[in-house]
Design a binder for this molecule. Structure first.
Ligand code: SF4
Length: 255
C-alpha cells in the first residue's frame, strides 16, 4: 500500500520555541498529574461529571475525547460544538467527516489516534472559551497527554495552537513541526471547520496531513536528542508499564 512517506524528499522543518509564553498556555515543564487519574477511563468519568467551571451548567454532554489508548498522535481542537455536545463525542458532524477524510489520506483511522479538545464542554453559541474555563479544564488535558504519551500533538485551529505556542500564527505555522517538551512535537493544522468554509484552506489541510509521517520522524529524532542530552538529575526508575519502545514501533507501523 502506498505510504505518505513515498516521495518524501526531506524531513520537516523543526522549529524551536517561539518566544515567551503568556496567558493560559500549556506548561512546557511537565507538572504532576492528579494520582486519581491512573487511567483514561477514570479521567473520562470525572470529565463527564465535572462541575469545575460554568460550562457545566449549559452543556448537554461533556466530551472527554476518544480513540486509541496508545495513539502516537493526539489531535486537539478548542472545544466541542453543537453536534459534539449532543453526542458526547469529539469532532462529529461535517467537521468530523472532514477530519476522517484527512486521516484516510495518511492512511489512519480515528481509532488509530486520540481526539480531544482544550475544554471538554461546549461554550454557549460556540464562543471562545474564557481563560477561567481553560484554566479549570487544563488538568484534564495535561493528564491525557501524560497518560497517552503521544509523540505528535496535532493542534486543530488557531486557538488550540496558541495554548502551546502563544506567539505562533497558524497562517505561517501550519504543517510545520514545532518542538514542545519531552521529545513531543506540536504539528499545527487548520481547523476542519475552516476547511469547510474555504477551498484554499481545505487544500492546505490535505497537504499538511500528508506531512504527518515526517512529524512523527521528527518527534522520534527529538526524543532521541533529548535522551542523549547529559542530565544532572538521576533517571527515574523505569515504570512497570513503560513500554515506550514497543509503543514507538507501533506508532511507526501506523504510518
Ligand atoms: S469545561 Fe472542563 S472544567 Fe469546565 S465543566 Fe467541562 S470538564 Fe469541567
Amino acid at each position: 500500500m502506498p505510504s505518505a512517506l513515498d516521495g518524501m524528499s526531506s524531513l520537516a522543518i523543526v522549529t524551536s520555541g517561539v518566544g515567551p509564553k503568556a496567558g493560559v498556555v500549556m506548561q512546557s515543564d511537565k507538572p504532576g498529574i492528579d494520582p486519581q487519574w491512573s487511567s483514561l477511563s477514570s479521567l473520562s468519568k470525572d470529565v463527564i461529571n465535572c462541575t469545575r467551571c460554568a460550562l457545566s451548567e449549559t452543556r448537554t454532554n461533556a466530551v472527554p475525547g476518544e480513540g486509541s489508548d496508545f495513539p502516537g498522535i493526539l489531535f486537539i481542537g478548542e472545544g466541542p460544538g453543537h453536534n459534539e455536545d449532543q453526542q458526547g463525542k469529539p469532532f462529529v458532524g461535517r467537521s468530523g467527516a472532514l477530519l476522517d477524510e484527512l486521516l484516510a489520506l495518511v492512511p489512519l483511522r480515528r481509532e488509530d489516534v486520540y481526539i480531544t479538545n482544550v475544554v471538554k464542554c461546549r461554550p454557549p453559541d460556540n464562543r471562545d472559551p474564557l481563560p477561567d474555563e481553560v484554566r479549570a479544564c487544563w488538568p484534564y488535558l495535561e493528564a491525557q497527554i501524560q497518560l497517552l504519551k503521544p509523540r505528535v500533538i496535532a493542534t486543530l485551529g488557531r486557538h488550540s495552537l496558541m495554548r502551546f505556542f502563544p506567539n505562533a500564527r497558524i497562517s505561517s505555522s501550519h504543517g510545520q513541526v514545532m518542538n514542545w517538551r519531552d521529545g513531543i512535537v506540536v504539528f499545527p493544522l487548520y481547523h476542519p471547520a475552516a476547511g469547510l468554509r474555504s477551498t484554499k484552506l481545505k487544500e492546505a489541510l490535505k497537504e499538511d496531513i500528508l506531512k504527518l509521517p515526517q512529524a512523527m520522524i521528527a518527534a522520534l529524532d527529538s526524543e532521541r536528542a533529548s535522551q542523549a542530552r547529559p542530565t544532572s538529575q538521576p533517571e527515574p526508575d523505569p515504570s512497570p508499564e513503560d513500554d515506550s519502545t514497543d509503543h514507538r514501533k507501533g506508532q511507526m507501523g501506523l504510518l
